[in-house]
Design a binder for this molecule. Structure first.
Ligand code: FUL
Length: 483
């Protein structure tokens, strides 16, 4: 039987109804014990506290920079002389300031891309920043960026490409130990990391110490990933490990920044491996997965990952970035936005202007939540409090007057699991109930779901949970009029 829970209509003074709300009144009157959260059993798989904190970052930056920047390439072959790496005006503070203004909460740097060139002075190869003209070989970009991050309150992550087209011993039994030792340097020399990025590309051909040949490895077994994961967990237990199949967070299956409308934060972990062929599955997750591995949407602000002057006119616009935000963060994913640093060692002015304008636009669109303080835990703006809704039941919220709305935001309290598999939102325009005019599937919610739709006049809103794995814990429900 369908029941409707109505939260708001106590006969309180207009001041309380409009401003402080019933919740505050209750907080003032009730003894602390009665204010406790409803006790709801967790519904596994569950995220770790680090996974929850990571998802709450929502947007963070990616930087692709290296020899490719100076040779106009995307995938260096591994044969370019380090002499070519010579940024004239490199400034990690400029990167960090741009990221902060663009609302990014951290940055992941390509410490080593597929060409094998290392942006830090590693002990294990000469193919590094140590043998470049930059700062007479005294530079250390991982260290310089880590310092800028500390100063500007950003979290830091590293990308260490498993594939290495430079090393002669790539493909032999030696290389996995080399990879592990390099990883250990990154994990121990630069402070706390929030994410370690292992990409899935393995193209085959490369320079390989002059052999110039094709080398194939078995991606499932060659890199001894269990040992790599153990090392990361040992030195940086809070860092999420990214790869196609996690285990910390997973690739969303495309490089356009688009998560599935249906997006479960779970995987059947044993099935997915780096280079997993079924990208479509990664896009929606496994509804019956056994492990929490939420998706991350990586996308570049330009067509390429590395800087190419010919792409100066093809930087994604604030509109395009806004659209990507709704399709990633708004679909239970995170948005990893890449900035191709240029040959000076700076973020190009168009890229920074567009990224900052994007953030301002999101802030403007989601500035005024018309449901804030409407009475329940789901409208208090506090992620840590939630309202339970049984499957088949509805939650109805009444607004003080007819209000224009074109965005609806929902959040589940994910520390207790991701539960909702299908929901419906209706609005009452003062005359009748109508379906919210969204063309997206209203299936999963997860950490955050944002629906965009043409402006409607709303007097009441009704959320009905049609399918869920267990009682829904609705952390937030917000509505906005984006202008
Ligand atoms: C891929 C790489 O092949 C691209 O060059 C880029 O680094 C992207 C983020 O990951 O696997």
């Amino acid at each position: 039987m369908r029941k409707t829970q109505t939260i708001f209509t106590l006969p309180v003074s207009p001041l309380l109804r409009e401003g402080l709300g019933v919740r505050l009144l209750l907080l003032l009157l009730l003894p602390a014990a009665l204010q406790a959260q409803p006790s709801i059993e967790p519904c596994p798989p569950l995220p770790s506290p680090a996974q929850v904190a990571w998802q709450q970052m929502e947007t963070y930056a990616f930087v692709h920079f290296g020899l490719n920047t100076f040779t106009d390439q995307e995938w260096g072959y591994g044969d370019v002389s380090p002499e070519k790496f010579n940024p004239t005006d490199l400034d990690c503070e400029q990167w960090a300031e741009t990221f902060v203004k663009a609302g990014m909460k951290g940055v992941i740097l390509t410490a080593k891309h597929h060409d094998g060139f290392c942006l830090w002075p590693t002990r294990y190869t000469d193919y590094s920043i140590r043998n470049t003209p930059y700062r007479d070989g005294k530079g250390d970009l991982v260290g310089q960026l880590a310092e800028a991050c500390r100063k500007h309150g950003l979290r830091m992550g590293v990308y260490l490409s498993p594939w290495d087209r430079h090393q002669a011993f790539y493909g032999t039994a030696l290389y996995p130990s080399y990879y592990l030792m390099q990883m250990e340097e990154l994990l121990t020399q630069y402070g706390d990391l929030f994410e370690v990025w292992l990409d899935g590309a393995n193209g085959g051909n490369g320079w390989y110490g002059g052999a110039r040949e094709e080398r194939r490895i078995d991606r499932r077994t060659y890199y001894n990933l269990p040992a790599v994961y153990d090392l990361i967990r040992k030195h940086q237990p809070q860092a999420l490990i990214f790869s196609d199949g996690g285990p910390g967070c997973r690739w969303t299956g495309n490089e356009k920044g688009v998560a599935g409308e249906t997006n479960w934060a779970f995987l059947r972990i044993a099935e997915v491996y780096p280079g997993y062929p079924n990208a479509g599955e990664l896009n929606v997750g496994h509804a019956d997965g056994d492990t929490w591995v939420a998706s991350e949407c990586d996308v570049s602000i330009r067509p390429g990952w590395f800087y190419h002057a010919k792409e100066d006119s093809r930087v994604k616009t604030p509109d395009e970035l806004t659209d990507i935000y709704y399709r990633s963060v708004g679909r239970n994913s995170t948005m990893l936005l890449n900035f191709p640093v240029d040959r000076r060692g700076r973020i190009h002015p168009t890229d920074s202007a567009n990224a900052v304008a994007f953030r301002q636009r999101i802030q403007r669109e989601l500035a005024h939540n018309v449901l804030l303080h409407r009475g329940g835990a789901e409208t208090d703006g506090d992620f840590a409090t939630y309202t339970p809704i049984e499957t088949g039941q509805s939650l109805e919220l009444k607004l003080p007057r007819r209000t224009s709305v074109n965005r609806l935001l929902l959040q589940e309290y994910i520390p207790l699991g991701q539960r909702v598999g299908q929901f419906r939102v209706e609005y009452h325009d003062g005359h009748r109930w109508l379906s919210l005019p969204t063309d997206e599937q209203t299936t999963t919610i997860g950490y955050k779901r944002i629906l965009r739709f043409p402006t409607v006049q709303v007097r009441r809103l009704r959320l009905t949970i049609i399918k869920a794995r267990a009682t829904t814990c609705l952390s937030e429900m917000a509505a906005y009029e984006a202008r």
